[in-house]
Design a protein around this ligand. Structure first.
Ligand code: HEC
Ligand code: HEC
Length: 280
């Protein structure tokens, strides 16, 4: 009898519309770095109300207001609109987003986590701050061209765990590839700005020192503890501090991870194939 009741309850739970959990959503938004790109970089800025400038070779993007304000933010969106934005890189009217919004990584966020993120964003205080238009070089102003870019380079789809891989490595892969979007900075790109997937996390040539290789070819010098310390508080083994860009990632994202998740990130980075440094 109790068994039947339990069976009935489980069946019912399976059919009931799943409600996202805002508490988990808050944690996931930290792991995804949503706050940094969607909040102006000044003291007293309203969280998630947009205005953060993101300099790229294509021009300057401004993270939009994603608070639930009905006009200025995404207050009139449905959960399905939100899922489509992150999974497919499309606006509710069907137009394409620029990959400055890292949906090529966020597409891998699983459905349950998207629901939790949505539940969290719904509870933010709405802000009437208008989103600022991007300032792009002329060729890049046409969102239509993004359709071609996506057709060439973008594969939508949630992360799927590999059953033969230990759970901790699947968790680490998910955090690095989907929410943490580490590859957006650490993976080299082709001339059209698409990441070279066979060089995943191999580092990028650039101004200053570029972006370092995260595969064991370079990180073997660091112990697990040193790597964890760096991701938790920005201190390198030789007593240096992280640069500005990675420093912000650490502040907003990796330092906020639960200890088990940080361990998973480190274990996954250790398991990557060694790739020669792209910066040379
Ligand atoms: C690296 C910076 C960056 C990060 C990190 C980022 N976003 Fe964004 N996001 C953007 C930019 C830039 C746009 C605008 C893209 C465009 O106009 O094509 C955007 C657009 C959006 C939109 C569409 C808003 C609208 O009005 O159409 C939503 C929703 C959104 N982001 C949610 C999120 C969530 C949730 C996260 C965390 C999981 C996140 N973003 C992390 C940069 C970022
Ligand atoms: C917005 C761009 C950006 C993102 C996203 C990013 N990084 Fe970085 N990262 C950098 C830059 C730039 C540096 C080098 C600057 C520094 O540390 O002084 C760096 C340095 C590092 C280093 C130090 C490596 C070394 O040899 O010195 C580690 C480890 C690292 N990142 C891990 C990560 C992980 C893990 C993620 C994802 C959770 C991540 N990064 C996401 C830009 C980024």
């Amino acid at each position: 009898m109790a068994g039947l009741l339990l069976l009935g309850l489980t069946f019912w739970a399976g059919l009931a519309p799943a409600q996202g959990d805002p508490k988990r959503g808050e944690y996931l938004s930290k792991a995804g770095g949503c706050l940094g790109c969607h909040t102006e970089a000044r003291q007293g800025a309203v969280p998630y109300a947009g205005g953060r400038a993101l300099e790229t070779p294509f021009g300057v993007f401004y993270g939009p207001n994603i608070t639930p304000h009905p006009q200025a933010g995404i207050g009139r969106w449905t959960e399905a609109n939100f899922v489509r934005a992150l999974r497919e890189g499309r606006r509710p009217d069907g137009a394409h987003y620029y990959p400055a919004f890292p949906y090529p990584s966020f597409t891998r966020i699983v459905d349950a986590d998207l629901r939790d993120l949505w539940a969290y964003l719904r509870l933010l205080p709405p802000s009437a701050r208008e989103s600022r238009p991007h300032e792009l070089r002329w060729l890049y102003r046409w969102r239509l061209l993004l359709g071609i870019w996506k057709w060439l380079f973008f594969t939508p789809g949630a992360f799927v765990a590999e059953p033969q891989r230990p759970g901790v490595l699947n968790r680490g892969a998910y955090l690095v590839q989907a929410l943490g979007h580490c590859g957006e900075c650490h993976t080299p790109r082709n001339w059209l700005g698409a990441p070279k997937q066979d060089r995943f996390l191999a580092g990028v040539k650039g101004d200053d020192d570029g972006v370092p290789n995260l595969t064991p070819a370079r990180l073997k010098k660091w112990s697990d503890g040193e790597l964890k310390d760096f991701l938790a508080n920005g201190l390198t083994p030789d007593g240096d501090v992280a640069g500005e860009t990675m420093g912000e990632v650490i502040r907003n994202t990796t330092s906020q991870l639960a200890p088990a998740d940080l361990d998973a990130v480190v274990a996954y980075l250790r398991s990557l194939p060694r790739l020669p440094d792209e910066r040379k």
